[in-house]
Design a protein around this ligand. Structure first.
Ligand code: EPZ
Length: 419
């Protein structure tokens, strides 16, 4: 298994361009199941999760070919509606094939995604919504068995008990081919939802309000869908990670290729801590700063502070001159990075979903291990600020969501090697 060796403390300079967003690309890829016409997704990031999902789609009969950074999908005929455990267990987002398969083939057998490091990750909100659209759902032996009546899914008024990103995406896709209108109230408002809505409309669906709390989808006949070529939005979480890399090393760097409005909550929090930015529409220049003060952050659904930036924020908090409090309100176990950061010298007290971080820690290099995607990014940030050579193992977690991380960091002047 590969490891990253990072020499700190690092000084960064130059510019980094983020890749298209993993969390936009994945639902857009599963949406290809709805459409029998060829679809080209442009400039796709080389990520483990994209590869895993492409394999899963191939197992369902979707032909795909990679051309440089573009991937061309052809879901002319769906040969199977069984998403096997072997493939689903590698990536929870595989559950996003359920809605499109039901809409297109009127039946689906999808392995329960199972938990992951950050929580049990239930799918009850997905399933309740699909039942409202007429799906009959049975769960046994670790699989979801779903089927519809002979006329397929029917549009429904759905109110989500929680603005679940995945449930919103599954239900949007299911509604595209359902009979009549579907309304999703208390929908997730993440930018990736808005991007999925734009993609669905580009291929001939009728989706209004994606990215807002109420989304309306008019079902269309499958013959109305057409070929489309599409590029997902830039990855706001990757961008936030590089912004924090610039701040924690007190460097001046440019981070570009994303919509800065997509991480307004992160930028507000960082600036209130003392970070200095020059913000344009699709790039941010991090300037040198005076002292960084602590933060008091609760993670929340968009437009609140994103849970996917919580671990990275915690690392920055260890270097602030005053102490910080971070509450993880989205996932039940998303502090896996805390023990590893403590081994590097951070002073963090964890109480349930609350972490109290003492400031002015002098982080020192140590061999550390990745546990989940964003915790791994936090360890990289800590290594940039730590004194000495940090060896990070199990970097396959990073490969799931950060394209060419080592190359991008060495492009910013970091002494980093992948061995
Ligand atoms: C998406 O996960 C993202 N993944 C996650 O990013 C992100 O952290 C999360 O949204 C929140 O923003 C992708 O987009 C592929 P949720 P998802 O459904 O859809 C509970 C990363 O690092 N819940 O909004 O699974 C759930 O347990 C990943 O890139 C239910 O209870 O998030 C969790 O506590 C990690 N029942 C909360 O809602 C359900 O049916 C948020 O889950 C669904 C969710």
């Amino acid at each position: 298994m590969d490891r990253l060796v990072i020499n700190g403390p690092a000084k960064l300079s130059g510019s980094v361009c983020v890749s298209p967003a993993k969390n936009a690309c994945l639902p857009i890829m599963t949406a290809c199941l709805l459409n029998p016409n060829p679809i080209t997704l442009k400039d796709m990031p080389t990520l483990k999760d994209v590869e895993t999902l492409r394999n899963l789609l191939e197992s369902l009969g979707v032909k795909s070919e990679v051309d440089q950074k573009d991937i061309r999908f052809d879901a002319g005929t769906i040969e199977s509606t069984d998403a096997e455990y072997e493939l689903v267990r590698k990536m929870r987002a595989s559950i996003l094939v359920l809605g499109p398969l039901l809409a297109r083939e009127r039946c689906a057998k999808v392995s329960l995604p199972g938990g992951c490091a950050i929580g049990t990750r239930p799918i009850d909100i997905h399933l309740e919504g699909l039942k409202k659209m007429g799906a009959v759902i049975d769960i046994n032996s670790g699989y979801v068995f779903a089927k519809t009546g002979t006329e397929g899914l029917v549009g429904a008024q759905i109110v989500l008990p929680f603005p679940s990103v995945g449930a919103t995406e599954n239900l949007m896709m299911a509604a595209v081919l359902a009979k009549g209108e579907t309304t999703i109230t208390n929908a997730a408002r993440e930018p990736e939802i808005e991007d999925l809505g734009n993609f669905l409309n580009a291929m001939g669906a009728i989706v209004e309000g994606a990215g807002e709390s109420i989304i309306k989808i008019q079902g269309v006949h499958i013959d109305k869908l057409k070929s489309v070529s599409y590029r997902a939005i830039g990855d706001r979480i990757e961008a936030a990670t590089y912004l924090i890399a610039g701040i924690i090393t007190n460097s001046e760097i440019e981070v570009k290729g994303f919509r800065t409005k997509d991480i307004a909550s992160v930028c507000d929090e960082l600036q209130s801590m003392g970070a200095v930015f020059e913000v344009a529409e699709d790039q941010i220049v991090v300037k040198k700063h005076d002292e960084i003060k602590g933060c008091n952050v609760d993670t929340a659904p968009f437009p609140g502070f994103p849970t996917d930036v919580q671990a990275q924020m915690m690392v920055l908090a260890t270097k602030a001159i005053t102490s910080s409090v971070i509450r993880e309100k989205i996932f039940e176990n998303r502090f896996m990075h805390v023990p590893e950061l403590k081994r590097m010298g951070a002073n963090i007290i964890k109480k349930g979903n609350l972490a109290m971080i003492e400031g002015s820690a002098s982080l020192s290099a140590a061999p550390v291990m990745c546990t989940d995607l964003r915790a791994s990014a936090a360890l990289v940030l800590a290594a940039l600020a730590a004194e000495g050579e940090t060896v990070i193992s199990r970097v396959y977690h990073l490969d799931r969501g950060y394209e060419n991380l080592a190359d991008k960091l060495s492009g910013l002047g970091v002494d980093i090697k992948r061995i």
